[in-house]
Design a protein around this ligand. Structure first.
Ligand code: TYD
Length: 371
């Protein structure tokens, strides 16, 4: 079948929207009609993907909507926030899908308005299952939040997707994900220019540090917490590049000379020019680092970041520091270790080979349109 209409739905966070972009581009390249569906506050970033974008709801910021009662119920609390976002966007999503009439809806795993609307309208729906963890509480909590909405549509719970696409290499997946369809992780990391140094031969070891897009917005003040870490890393005689949003970069005090770049980086192209990555275990960052074969020092902060970290450590591709182990000295010591012992880079390169062997997004388009 050619010329299929496919709606992609994601909540308004880079870590949720970006994983859909390469697949949507592959659908377009195959001649299909695609529409990216997100919410008001996120559309400016979404249109910079070069794809057609529609908004289906009021600005719904996950960080504002989530209310944590403590680490224990973190997964459930996040699921409740995803349920709230779905409730806000469902009326416009239903209208949009009814009028635009896609043949297929592809939703990232935490966006639930698309799946409910697709079910109501009899449109097949597929999930992009980012992250390594099963995260059952996401669906349980979202269903609790959406109970009356689901009941009004004759649903006892969230509708199950027809298939789940999984970008994690099979060797790093947990058993529950055995039946998922593999799709190669192809990185889309936003719309920044590739810096000149990323294309030149490097003369010193280079380390990238990033905390993703959500960690700097929650918890302790990122500048006071991370500036001392940066100073300790600068003692390692390496060049440092720091991938953070421009908003965070603007607040930072004077930087050590070792810092070559400080601001948003196109991660995939930049990590190819680094020898190690220090990061928070966000799923997009983790897969991007693995796909470029880089050894990692992982500093997980919340939710599925701990599971993604576990996968990297088990693969031998990096080391981890839990929140209460993180000090400037421990981060610098672990970074020195992954740089000094080639086994970490070799294990990361093996994972990169496995990622590269998965069906491409172009292959996946053919599977999707035949579902
Ligand atoms: P992810 O790693 O899943 O983490 P989080 O949701 O916690 O932010 O998603 C972050 C994405 O943003 C990932 O694709 C990497 C990308 N990114 C860059 O490419 N450059 C940057 O400077 C930053 C901060 C993020």
């Amino acid at each position: 079948m050619i010329d299929v209409r496919i709606a992609f739905t994601a909540i308004g966070l880079p870590g949720h929207f970006y994983p859909l972009v390469p697949l949507a581009w592959a659908c377009r390249a195959a001649g299909h009609d695609v529409l990216m569906v997100t919410t008001d506050g996120f559309t400016a970033g979404a249109v910079r993907s070069g794809l057609p974008v529609a908004s289906c709801g009021p600005a719904a910021d996950f960080v504002d909507l989530v209310t944590h009662g403590g680490v224990q119920d973190e997964e459930y609390a996040n699921g409740r926030a995803f349920g709230r976002i779905a409730r806000q966007r469902l009326p416009r999503t239903e209208r949009l899908l009814r009028d635009w009439r896609p043949d297929l809806v592809v939703s990232e795993r935490a966006e639930f308005a698309g799946p409910i609307a697709a079910h109501t309208l009899g449109i097949p729906q597929v999930e992009l299952h980012w992250g390594r963890a099963a995260l059952p509480q996401y669906r349980i909590a979202a269903a609790d939040e959406l109970r009356p909405t689901l009941a009004a549509r004759g649903l006892a719970g969230l509708p199950a997707p027809r298939a789940s696409l999984n970008p994690w290499p099979p060797g790093l997946r947990l058993p529950y994900a055995g039946g998922h369809l593999s799709v190669r992780h192809e990185s889309y990391n936003g719309d920044a220019l590739v810096p000149g140094w990323a294309l030149e031969r490097r003369t010193r070891p280079r380390v990238c540090m990033t905390l993703g897009t959500v960690v700097p917005r929650i918890g302790e003040d990122v500048v006071s917490a991370w500036h001392p870490v940066l100073l300790a890393l600068a003692e390692l005689d390496v060049e440092l590049v720091v991938a953070v949003s421009e908003t965070v970069a603007a607040r930072w005090p004077a930087l050590p000379d070792a810092v070559r770049h400080f601001g948003w980086l196109p991660l995939s192209q930049s990590l190819g020019a680094c020898d190690a990555v220090i990061h928070h275990g966000g799923q997009g960052t983790t897969l991007t680092a693995l796909a470029t074969g880089r050894p990692q020092v992982m500093l997980p902060v919340f939710d599925d970041q701990f599971d993604n970290t576990e996968a990297v450590v088990r693969a031998g591709a990096g080391l981890r520091l839990l929140p209460d182990e993180v000090t400037p000295a421990s981060v610098a010591a672990r970074t020195g270790e992954v740089l000094a012992r080639p086994g970490y880079a070799r294990a990361a390169a093996d994972v990169a080979t496995e990622i590269a062997a998965q069906p491409s997004t172009a292959d996946t388009v053919r599977v999707l349109v035949d579902l």
